[in-house]
Design a protein around this ligand. Sequence first.
Ligand code: DCP
Length: 128
Amino acid sequence: MEKSQYESCLDMVKDVSLKELRDRLEEFARVRGWEQYHSPRNLLLALVGEVGELSEIFQWKGEVEKGLPNWSLEEKRHLEDELSDVLLYLIQLANVCGLDLGQAALTKMVKNAQKYPISNQSPSSHDY
Ligand SMILES: Nc1ccn([C@H]2C[C@H](O)[C@@H](COP(=O)(O)OP(=O)(O)OP(=O)(O)O)O2)c(=O)n1
């Protein structure tokens, strides 16, 4: 059976980078004439909306075990979708702001390591 364009796309990308996603998102918006709507503010609001949808998945569930051992496949796919929506809007937001999100995240991790040197303290015992 012939693979859909979507399935072929999944085959091609084994190890996706933020840059790859950014470029694909730019193309996705460009061919649809959606760039005019993708202002920083609009993308931020879309991002927040998707964070809300992500939160709904966990809403009323109580604490959830790591690895989600009791979740159905359907619930896990739903979670993947919503996490992806958040990531995809976040990448677009950084891009229309002219920022390199990958480099920024690496830089922030260096700052985090300096701010929180390795010790036996729990995260909550740090003086914020
Ligand atoms: N102007 C737009 C609209 C959509 N998308 C992309 C980014 C998200 O990955 C996804 C969001 O699409 P929907 O607004 O249809 O949201 P959902 O997929 O969450 O659908 P629903 O809200 O019906 O669950 O599509 C985008 O890049 N730019």
